[in-house]
Design a binder for this molecule. Structure first.
Ligand code: C2E
Ligand code: CA
Ligand code: CA
Length: 672
């Protein structure tokens, strides 16, 4: 009875001991789990699991094989104990080793498992079966891998108790591992999402910057960074809307630099570009913020000025002109630059951007022609107005029917005091309007391209008249005016040659007058044509000298023989000492360059006398004669009012011979 009691008491103690041990184990497991669960860093979680597992089962080594996502391999994510460093991070295919078996079968391994194996596997692992205990780690959502104990530290095999405690441990930590894995995945995903977001943001920013640049480029001039034609048209449209709403005027000024092309051609594009930038900057600094300055292209600028009427526009045009007064400094060289401006006012001169731009353009050309700095749009100068259209139609008909007439104005040689030549001037008598001045119809002929046909007609008629004068015994040169467009026409020299040949006219009597500004419109091309004409033996005369850019350096390069001093200097000589100086130095300069001089616009004998003293070669003007129609001109020659140069009999017979086939008597040509 006592034995029985003792035995049961011992049994009780044993149970109590076991219970205490279990309680201690549970406490330990809970403690470990608490630590592990509070850890989110996966690497640390694996390390903790390996280390605690090794303590729990007293193993030499513990590894944590974790299945890859494609389940084809496993990696020792952590190891504790012997060879831990070498083992950590090693990966093996799922087919290899006891680990591979466990992960494939998702079952635990300890010696007891041997009974379930086939003979081959049994043979393979019989010897080492007891030195390994391996339990699976199964998460809530997936199979994770396992915890492997390798070799019991005391040299024995792992016991059932080791297996049980490791299984419990694995059950507890698998959730913590899964969570940590999940967090890590989340973190990686978050990080790559963040990286992606940053990249996206960067790309977006880059894209919008590029877009802005593109947008800027599309509407700005790359050289000056000023708005281009597109943006100017847009601003103009906006301003028109505002002006209409508020019933206010609005001004558009179009600006064209004078002789910019010459700067560009002679000094190079780099200098030209710098000049444009500089000029753009100067214009800009005279304007208010509400005004828009733009570059339309080439040497053309435009300014949109909201709320400006005629007076306001004129004030700004004057300011813009003042901005160009000081020479522009480029790389140490000084450039004087002038500009011609055209002003159009909304709504009087146009109510749309394109109408205003056109009007300003027409005004600008008028200003260029008149050398007056700026001009307002004048409907009378506009070929688009109904009035102009009618005039254009009639002018076209006049050219087609060859009904334009000629007036001749004599040129007096100041040494011999005799008439030695004539200038032919076009005249148009409109059936309804009467006389239309050449200053009006010549620009229309130029604008419409009719000038080419007209010039050839003019030449032919003039030559026939002059030939008739020769036959009368008057040895006269004849000067014909060429326009800007003629100097761009490469066919002109051949056509003139043809006319000379057809009319049997000696080219030595022909002079072609060209204005400086016509040459400067396209100096290179003009030079080519002028050279060709000169090679043909035709003399060339620079007309209106002094009104244009007067580039003396350029003049030296031109194969010209004569310089016509503009009538604006000659006419005022008696009153204006400056003009006298200009005329005198022009004569000296021309003589130095080997050119003869003709003074235009001589209206009184005092001027004629002064010119003679200055050694001027020839004079032309109302004092000698107004331009006369052929019939009157012949009478003038015959009147003896002035001596006229006579043909030598030898020259005369030559002329008569040449004229034999197309014999024309001066009287019979009077009405042509
Ligand atoms: P331009 O070539 O300078 O012609 C001289 C102009 O001065 C002529 O005007 C003439 O009548 C005027 N004039 C002559 N003597 C005097 C004077 O003593 N005092 C004043 N105040 N004026 C004088 P016009 O005939 O009205 O011609 C004007 C312009 O028209 C010409 O200027 C010329 O540039 C152009 N033109 C005339 N005929 C032709 C032509 O057949 N072809 C071309 N391309 N242009 C022409
Ligand atoms: Ca002339
Ligand atoms: Ca002239």
């Amino acid at each position: 009875m006592q034995d029985e009691q003792q035995a049961s008491q011992q049994k009780l103690r044993q149970l109590e001991q076991q219970l205490q041990q279990k309680e201690a184990e549970i406490y330990l497991l809970k403690e470990i789990n608490r630590v592990i669960s509070s850890e989110y860093k996966l690497e640390t979680v694996f390390e903790l699991v390996a280390n605690h597992a090794r303590e729990l089962i007293n193993a030499k080594t513990v590894t944590i094989p974790i299945l890859s996502t494609d389940q084809a391999s496993y990696t020792y994510q952590a190891a504790a104990g012997e060879n831990a460093d070498e083992l950590t991070g090693a990966s093996l295919p799922i087919e290899v080793g006891i680990c591979g078996w466990v992960l494939r079968h998702r079952k635990a391994w300890w010696r007891g498992v041997l009974d379930d194996l086939n003979q081959a596997e049994r043979n393979q692992w019989e010897a080492e079966a007891g030195s390994i205990v391996l339990v699976p780690l199964i998460g809530k959502r997936r199979f994770l891998g396992g915890i492997a104990g390798i070799t019991k530290a005391n040299g024995n095999e792992f016991t059932r108790q080791d297996f049980d405690i490791l299984t419990t441990f694995a059950g507890q930590v698998s959730i913590a591992i899964e969570n940590a894995m999940f967090f890590e995945e989340l973190d990686t995903a978050k990080r790559s999402a963040e990286a992606f977001r940053l990249k996206l943001e960067f790309t977006n920013r880059k894209l919008s910057r590029t877009n802005e640049e593109l947008q800027h480029l599309a509407v700005h001039d790359p050289l000056t960074s000023l708005p281009n034609r597109t943006l100017i048209a847009d601003r103009l449209q906006q301003s028109i809307l505002g002006a209409r709403r508020n019933r206010e005027p609005l001004a558009l000024i179009m600006i064209d630099l004078d002789h910019f092309k010459e700067v560009n051609d002679t000094l190079g594009h780099t200098v030209g570009d710098k000049l444009l930038v500089n000029v753009g900057y100067r214009f800009q600094s005279t304007l208010r913020e509400v005004d828009t300055l733009g570059r339309l292209g080439g040497d053309e600028f435009a300014v949109v000025i909201p709320q400006a009427d005629d007076n306001g526009a004129a004030i700004i045009a004057n300011k813009l002109q003042t901005a160009l007064e000081l020479p522009v400094d480029i790389d140490g060289s000084h450039f004087s630059i002038a500009a011609s401006m055209g002003i159009a006012i909304y709504p009087d001169h146009g109510t749309t951007p394109s109408a205003l731009l056109k009007s300003a353009d027409i005004a600008m050309y008028a200003s260029k022609r008149d050398h007056n700095g700026y001009s307002f749009y004048d409907p009378a100068c506009d070929t688009r107005s109904p009035d102009r259209l009618e005039l254009l139609r009639d002018l076209r008909a006049a050219v087609q029917n060859d009904t334009l007439e000629i007036a001749f104005q004599p040129k007096l040689d100041l040494t011999e005091k005799q008439i030695i030549g004539v200038e032919a001037l076009a005249r148009w008598t409109h059936p309804a309007r009467g006389t239309v001045p050449p200053d009006v119809f010549i620009p229309i002929l130029e604008q419409t391209g009719l000038i080419r046909t007209f010039t050839l007609q003019m030449l032919r008629k003039v030559i026939l008249h002059c030939r008739a004068y020769h036959r009368e015994g008057y040895q006269l040169d004849v000067a014909v005016n060429l326009s800007m467009h003629n100097l761009r026409d490469s066919k002109l020299p051949d056509q003139i040659e043809e006319i000379l040949r057809e009319c049997g006219f000696n080219e030595q009597y022909l002079i072609l007058e060209i204005t400086e500004s016509a040459i400067m419109q396209d100096p290179e091309h003009s030079l080519m044509i002028i050279t060709r004409l000169n090679d043909m033996g035709i003399r060339l005369s620079v007309d209106d000298f002094g009104t244009g850019y007067s580039s003396l350096g350029y003049l030296k390069r031109l194969p010209v023989q004569q310089l016509k001093i503009d009538r604006s200097f000659v006419g005022d000589m008696e009153k204006d000492r400056d003009d006298t100086t200009i005329v005198r130095s022009t004569i000296d300069l021309a003589h130095n360059l080997g050119l003869e001089t003709v003074a235009e616009g001589v209206e009184d004998s005092a001027t004629l006398e002064a010119l003679t003293v200055m050694n001027c070669d020839q004079a032309q003007g109302y004092l000698i004669s107004r331009p006369l129609f052929p019939v009157d001109f012949l009478n003038f020659l015959r009147s003896g009012e002035w001596k006229v140069k006579r043909m030598s009999s030898r020259d005369r017979s030559k002329t008569t011979d040449a004229c034999a086939e197309t014999a024309t008597h001066p009287e019979s040509m009077q009405n042509q």
